[in-house]
Structure formats: structure tokens, C-alpha cells
Design a protein around this ligand. Structure first.
Ligand code: SF4
Ligand code: FES
Length: 248
């Protein structure tokens, strides 16, 4: 395949960025999107140019590090797929592809396509720890959990913290991410002792980091590679209201 790429280049956080055009050919349709960028970078390095900076780690859809807006869509045109799991067979020979970083006030650009997502870490830190007895592992079934609660908690825990929900949201809100994190613990017995302090702390950290509020546009859930549903935002709001009333 032959492709025309337009890639956001920005040397550092303070610099003004711009889209730069690159032509690339002999791209295998079996290559992943990131492997296609690897090929481009090898060429740039061999020509003495600065390679395109982009985040990646596992390349298996697990870690949440990869983060590209491809043709205006976080993680690209394939639903429920991370950038690293997107393959070039999704594109056609001769396509023009725009590649940009996450665009959100709480995720400033570090370089090119790399953004600083430490605001998510601050939300997790503000949630604190759960109280759990230490020592030997408890017997299986020592703490009974209803199957539907276990399944729902597990689904929420699938969030990989990639930030596509924030990049897709017109308000730059982190509510889907935070809803997933609050929900997966609030459904489990182990998450109950700190349930109120956790949600209050996380919401405060979310707002302090500059994420916007939720206006139910649903773009976040549409962009989520792990198909986290909007119901977690409802659960987050209910937990927050209860905790805020109790704390008043
Ligand atoms: S909710 Fe989905 S889009 Fe948002 S951080 Fe988690 S996995 Fe990524
Ligand atoms: S590189 Fe780990 S999820 Fe994409």
C-alpha cells in the first residue's frame, strides 16, 4: 500500500505544532498501525531526521499506552480497538491519513503524538487504597459475591486508562474513566469501607486536573476500546451524591 500521512509534529510542550506531510509506500496490509509508523521512523532516522514520537508499550491492547487520533477518531476507525490493535488492512491503497495526539486540556502535549496523562494517575491516587486483611490468601468463596456484581465489576475493571474517552469528549471530561474505576470497587465488598471517601477524592482530583463535566453526549463510550458503558457514569453520580450528602 502507498499512503499519504499528515502527522502532528511539535518539538516540545512550549512549541507551536503543525501537521507535516509524509509519503510512505510498501506498507503491508498485515502490519499494525504502529508498525507502519515504525517503518516511517526507520526511514526518518536513516535520513538524519527526528523520528515521530508516539506512546506504546504492550502492543496487545492491554496497557493503554497507545494514544493516537486517526482521521479525527481516538484509536482510529475500528470500533472497540486500541491503536496498537488496528491493522493497515482497515485502510486502502492511496489513502490520506491524519494522525494527531489526544486533544484535551488535561492532557498537554509532551512531544509530537505523546501527551502527559498523569492527570489520570492523580485521580487514582486520590481514590486511595482499600482496607484488606493481609496474611495468607483467604479461602476461595470466603467472601461471597453475587455473580452479576462480579461480572459488572469485572467489566468496569477492563478500563485500561488510555484516555480515548477524554479525547473524544467535547468537554474533555474524564467521567467514563473515573466511573469505571469507582464502579469496579463499589460493586465489591472489599470496596465498601472507603467507598465514600474514594468517590469524593477522585471527583475533586478530576475537577482540579482541569477535566470538563459530563453533558451526556456519549462520545466517550463510542470511542472506548474496552466498551465501557455510560452506566458507570450513572453509578459514579449516585455514589458521589450519597457521599456528598453524608459528608455535609
Ligand atoms: S473508559 Fe475506555 S476510553 Fe476511557 S480510559 Fe478507560 S478504556 Fe480508555
Ligand atoms: S500499546 Fe498497550 S494498549 Fe496499545
Amino acid at each position: 500500500m502507498k499512503l499519504s500521512l499528515r502527522i502532528w509534529r511539535q518539538p516540545d510542550a512550549a512549541a507551536k505544532g503543525k501537521m507535516v506531510s509524509y509519503e510512505i509506500d510498501e506498507v503491508s496490509e498485515d502490519a499494525s498501525f504502529l508498525e507502519m509508523l515504525d517503518v516511517l521512523n526507520e526511514r526518518l532516522i536513516s535520513e538524519g531526521e527526528d523520528p515521530v514520537a508516539f506512546d506504546h508499550d504492550c502492543r496487545e491492547g492491554i496497557c493503554g499506552a497507545c494514544s493516537l487520533v486517526i482521521d479525527g477518531q481516538p484509536h482510529g476507525p475500528q470500533a472497540a480497538t486500541t491503536t496498537c490493535q488496528l491493522h493497515m488492512r482497515k485502510f486502502k491503497d492511496g489513502d490520506a491519513i491524519d494522525i494527531e495526539p489526544w486533544r484535551a486540556g488535561a492532557f498537554p502535549v509532551v512531544k509530537d503524538l505523546v501527551v502527559d496523562r498523569s492527570a489520570f494517575d492523580k485521580i487514582i491516587q486520590a481514590g486511595g487504597y482499600i482496607s484488606a486483611p493481609t496474611g495468607t490468601a483467604p479461602d476461595a468463596h470466603a467472601v461471597p459475591i453475587a455473580k452479576q456484581d462480579a461480572d459488572a465489576a469485572f467489566s468496569a475493571a477492563e478500563c485500561i486508562g488510555c484516555g480515548a474517552c477524554v479525547a473524544a469528549c467535547p468537554n474533555g471530561s474524564g467521567m467514563l474513566f473515573m466511573g469505571a474505576k469507582v464502579t469496579h470497587l463499589s460493586l465489591m465488598p472489599q470496596g465498601q469501607p472507603e467507598r465514600a471517601t474514594r468517590v469524593l477524592g477522585m471527583v475533586a482530583a478530576h475537577d482540579e486536573a482541569g477535566f470538563g463535566g459530563c453533558t451526556n453526549t456519549g462520545e466517550c463510550a463510542a470511542a472506548c476500546p474496552k466498551e465501557i458503558g455510560l452506566d458507570v457514569i450513572g453509578k459514579l453520580n449516585r455514589d458521589f451524591r450519597k457521599a456528598a450528602v453524608r459528608a455535609a
